[in-house]
Design a protein around this ligand. Structure first.
Ligand code: AMP
Length: 217
């Protein structure tokens, strides 16, 4: 089964790679960050609650993130596998996920650690631009749109995430080091971890990820 987690610092390319691989294998790409941004856009109570944490580069409370995942994993399309992107982000979240999956009679197949050096990450995050309409990700230098500020795919307007501003980037990296990085050892201890170099060209990383995913039955 392809029940996969993408783990790694912000800017490692988890979302970008997950979109392509999820399409290839016909499994959902589940990003807690995307779900929370949708809630903010829709102006829901959850969105209002989450907004301040997100804009400042902090994590939303564990229970909130786990609740989102619990609901999402119960949807039918998650029955044949999924790529979790940005979840879990803390050890309590990982423990709750393990518990939740065992209640559902299933488990993770692999946790892939997308590893990239900090200077690469900072450049990626600060140049990232996203389409308001379709969510496609661009980069001002590495992957510029044909027309500045406009999405090649749908003509939508591109925007910069508030948490991709320099101050929030610094905070997100600090939070990653404080709370998320420990998960690398946690999953290595459970023999689920596989490391992939995500500091190289996007297509090269894609090939390595594809190799791992295609090995999972
Ligand atoms: P991302 O799109 O994965 O970079 O997530 C954007 C923001 O959403 C993070 O900086 C957090 O504020 C929040 N977030 C996303 N996933 C989680 C999670 N698993 N736990 C706590 N906060 C999360």
């Amino acid at each position: 089964m392809k029940n996969v987690v993408f783990l790694g610092p912000p800017g490692a390319g988890k979302g970008t790679q997950a979109v392509d691989l999820a399409r290839k294998y016909g499994i959902p790409h589940i990003s807690t960050g995307d779900i929370l941004r949708e809630e903010i856009k829709a102006g829901t109570e959850l969105g209002k609650l989450a907004r301040n944490y997100i804009d400042d580069g902090n994590l939303v409370p564990d229970e909130l993130a786990v609740d989102i995942i619990r609901k999402r994993l119960q949807k039918e399309d998650a029955g044949n596998g999924y790529i979790l992107d940005g979840f879990p982000r803390t050890i309590p979240q990982a423990e709750m996920l393990e518990h939740l999956l065992s209640e559902m009679g299933t488990e993770l197949s692999r946790v892939i650690y997308l590893d990239a050096p900090e200077d690469v990450i900072i450049k990626r995050l600060s140049g990232r631009r996203i389409c308001h309409q379709c969510g496609k990700i661009f980069h001002t230098v590495n992957m510029p749109p044909l027309k500045p500020g406009i999405c090649d795919a749908c003509g939508g307007e591109l925007y910069q995430r508030p948490d991709d501003e320099p101050e929030a980037i610094r905070q997100r990296l600090q939070v990653y080091r404080d709370k998320t990085e420990d998960l690398i050892q946690w999953y290595a201890d459970r023999r689920l971890l596989e490391r992939v170099d995500a500091g190289i060209a996007r297509v090269e990383t894609y090939k390595k990820l594809e190799e791992i995913l295609s090995r999972l039955q």
